[in-house]
Design a binder for this molecule. Structure first.
Ligand code: AMP
Length: 401
């Protein structure tokens, strides 16, 4: 069974073709700068699957429709492709960021599901409309092929009301559905399942704190294999500070800025989403640049890194109190998988919580699941590379079965 996974952003389109029988990725690609004068497509074909290992196209993609057409031509192209015809694709899995309170689990897409995803757009104005474009174009191009929506919010649906309700007038929840939803759910779920396997426990036995630390950062408290709390909220802006997002700040800062700086709501929103986080403190949002700057004595970079580590430690403390006896901390995503210094600093001085890292085991980037805790550590520390595409493909398969 071949599943095509589509992750459609506002100006980008990520895709992957997976063969579920062999469990292998056949091709993976990214179209960037859709709608701009110059666009770029890069596709990597797995060795032995195609005549060309890498395909690159620099050309304008006026819209998602044009981008998807080119992708389909390349994936099924004689020289560039990995399948003879798109009729070999058995199903399509779409990443959808916000399922809201109407779409709880992965679901076969029909007109009703499309309408519900659209109705959830106000809750995720940056992502859901882009995800919808991908769905609409794919439904047109792959008519008759079953398509499944897999939601970022899904894994967090098990949070109890006392964790997902904000302490604002309750009517704002019932009227506008303002509550904590959480994001990166496919990633948190994937590493949770992997961690259970590595720990030799069944899923409903594991208590974890999962740390998805990439450009966007989120953490989840997992008790008995289920999410009971997460750091992101109504939107992916809250929780720990991120590359360019502020994370949690005093909400009164918003009206303060609007008054003092005479900024519009849109300006405040843009500053908190795009000019804050690590970038807001030191001008850089890539951890590699920040480490290099710290090594050269850059004080702002050092402050940004100190803040990042401190905020994550505080979330570990908060989640430690609610997961029950903790089995493991699980690091994933760009920083979590690759940055041994940040992992080490997050885990430092937590021996009193039974968390002790082993510097040798922790050293370097981790391309596969690795335990990095010391023998005497009560809590395991695992680095597990995330695989959101595989998780989406598996969820798609689950719905079809
Ligand atoms: P992601 O959003 O998961 O793709 O993560 C992207 C982020 O991971 C980048 O912005 C970097 O901050 C971080 N990253 C990637 N590779 C490394 C590395 N070798 N060392 C430190 N940070 C890294």
């Amino acid at each position: 069974m071949k599943i095509f996974v589509i992750n459609s952003g506002s100006s980008s389109l990520k895709y992957q073709l997976l063969d579920m029988e062999s469990g292998s990725v056949m091709a993976t690609g990214l179209v960037e700068r859709i709608g701009e004068p110059t666009g770029k497509l890069t596709q990597k074909n797995w060795p032995g699957e195609a005549k060309q290992a890498e395909v690159e196209r620099e050309m304008p993609f006026p819209n998602h429709h044009a981008a998807m057409h080119t992708v389909v031509d390349l994936v099924a192209g004689q020289d560039t492709g990995v399948i003879a015809s798109t009729s070999e694709i058995d199903a399509i899995g779409h990443r959808v960021v916000q399922g809201g309170e109407t779409l709880f689990t992965s679901v076969l897409i029909d007109d009703d599901v499309v309408a519900k995803i659209r109705a959830n757009c106000p809750l995720s104005p940056l992502h859901n409309p882009a995800n919808l474009v991908g769905i609409e174009v794919a439904r047109e191009l792959f008519a008759g092929v079953p398509q499944v929506a897999v939601f970022d919010t899904e894994f967090h649906q098990t949070m109890p009301p006392h964790a997902f309700t904000y302490a604002i007038p309750y009517e704002l929840y019932t009227e506008l559905k303002i509550r904590r939803y959480g994001f990166h759910g496919t990633s948190h779920r994937y590493v949770t399942e992997q961690a259970a396997g590595l720990l030799g426990k069944s899923l409903n036995e594991v208590n974890l704190i999962t740390l998805h630390l990439g450009n966007g950062c989120s953490m989840a408290a997992v008790r008995g294999g289920k999410c009971i709390d997460t750091s992101m909220g109504l939107t992916p802006l809250s929780g720990v500070m991120m590359g360019t997002r502020s994370g949690d700040i005093d909400p009164a800062i918003l009206p303060f800025l609007m008054k003092e700086k005479k900024w519009s709501m849109e300006q405040v929103d843009a500053v908190l989403n795009k000019q804050s986080g690590l970038k807001g403190i030191c001008g850089m949002n890539d951890m590699r640049d920040i480490h290099a700057a710290v090594a050269k004595g850059d004080k702002r970079a050092a402050l940004a890194l100190d803040m990042f580590v401190y905020q994550i430690k505080k979330f570990i403390g908060a989640f430690y109190a609610v997961t029950g006896p903790l089995d493991a901390l699980v690091f994933t995503a760009g920083i979590g998988e690759n940055d041994d210094v940040t992992r080490s600093r997050i885990c430092a001085d937590l021996e009193h919580l039974g968390i002790q890292i082993d510097q040798k085991r922790n050293a370097g980037r981790k391309k596969s699941a690795t335990a990095v805790h010391a023998d005497q550590s009560k809590v395991s520390i695992l680095v597990i590379p995330t695989n959101e595409e595989l998780a989406i493909a598996r969820a798609t398969l689950g719905v079809l079965k």
